[in-house]
Design a protein around this ligand. Structure first.
Ligand SMILES: Nc1nc2c(ncn2[C@@H]2O[C@H](COP(=O)(O)OP(=O)(O)OP(=O)(O)O)[C@@H](O)[C@H]2O)c(=O)[nH]1
Ligand SMILES: [Mg+2]
Length: 306
């Protein structure tokens, strides 16, 4: 889907989030916005459709959250919300095993509509609330929720992730691996991060967008999700100062970072980090600066309308 936005063209993807009431849908989408678990958890039962836009460089991911109350689960309402959807995220409270059959019925109805009116075939199931000791694991949820109905939807590509708000990295991973990497037909930055990783001999190179979402990762992925909240603090400074760079050390780890705000319309902040690099600091920072320039050039060429 293409959408005009000032002088820029943003690629827009529509993602519908569905699941029973109390599953954790609103909390998950809120967490994606600002990575603050304490805020994300303060919710009340939704009584209206919620919309949240996540920007990632030049992409826009628009999330529509369907409330869990039954009155929203009619074919008419689902068809309206799911029209042209690129991806369906189905959230299950993994600790609420008694409601699994009810969740399966809703998933079946949602897929019936999604496969008819949506434009994608991607289903991501989140086995949520993994922090609770009674939570069922992903393979059990997959077996009980998806397998009994999967033969009815042969065109659907399903994936499942274990998530909890208390560990934001689990939600970031599910969004990146389950949704975003499947929607973007090609990730032009993957090649770049690999090249920088070789040049700096770093354990990890990651490109973060303006909301500290790790878009491209070379190396140790778990760390990339874990440093996201640190990167958020750098981004706050970047917004004020227009550029930041430096090295921080914590628990026997060193992290070099370079961030720039692209000028002109869009004002897109970009941050590239190298963790546990082996080349000297000045050389590493130089490599990161070059990479930032390449990312910004790419975005300008690809999205700037003539
Ligand atoms: N333990 C735990 N509780 C969670 C987690 N995520 C959300 N919750 C809590 O679960 C409850 C329901 O979360 P919501 O995000 O409001 O659920 P929802 O799916 O939007 O529910 P409806 O709006 O009624 O459809 C809230 O009390 C949240 O604080 C989690 O990862 N772990
Ligand atoms: Mg809600």
């Amino acid at each position: 889907m293409q959408e005009r936005e000032g002088a820029w063209m943003a690629e827009t993807y529509k993602i519908v989030v569905c699941g029973l009431d109390n599953a954790g849908k609103t909390s998950i989408v809120r967490l994606l916005k600002d990575l603050r678990p304490a805020l994300a958890l303060i919710t009340s039962p939704s009584v209206a459709l919620e919309k949240e836009v996540k920007r990632s460089l030049r992409y826009r991911f628009v999330f529509f959250v369907i409330p869990g109350q039954r009155r929203f689960h009619t074919e008419r309402i689902l068809s309206q919300v799911m029209a042209d959807a690129d991806c369906l995220i189905f959230v299950v409270d993994a600790a609420d095993r008694h409601r699994l059959p009810e969740a399966r019925d809703l998933l079946k109805l949602a897929l019936k509509v999604y496969t008819r009116v949506g434009s994608g075939n991607r289903l991501v199931i989140l086995a949520h609330k993994q922090d609770l000791s009674s939570a069922l694991d992903a393979s059990t949820i997959y077996r009980e929720l998806w397998e009994p109905i999967s033969s009815e939807f042969p065109q659907v590509l399903a994936d499942i992730f274990e998530t909890t708000i208390f560990k934001p990295s689990t939600v970031l991973r599910a969004l990146r691996e389950g949704v975003i990497l499947h929607l973007l037909t090609r990730d032009p930055f993957d090649y770049l991060v690999r090249r920088v990783q070789i040049a700096t001999r770093a354990e990890l190179i990651a490109i973060f967008d303006g909301e500290a979402f790790p878009l491209s990762i070379a190396g140790d992925e778990t760390t990339a999700y874990e440093v996201a909240s640190l990167v958020r603090e750098f981004l706050d400074r970047l917004r004020l100062e227009g550029r930041v760079e430096g090295v921080v050390c914590f628990s026997r780890t060193k992290l070099a970072f370079v961030g720039r705000k692209s000028k002109g319309d869009g004002e897109e902040p970009i941050m590239i980090c190298a963790k546990d690099f082996l080349t000297p600091i000045a050389q590493t920072i130089r490599a990161l600066r070059q990479a930032v320039v390449q990312v910004m050039d790419f975005l300008r060429r690809r999205y700037h309308a003539p």
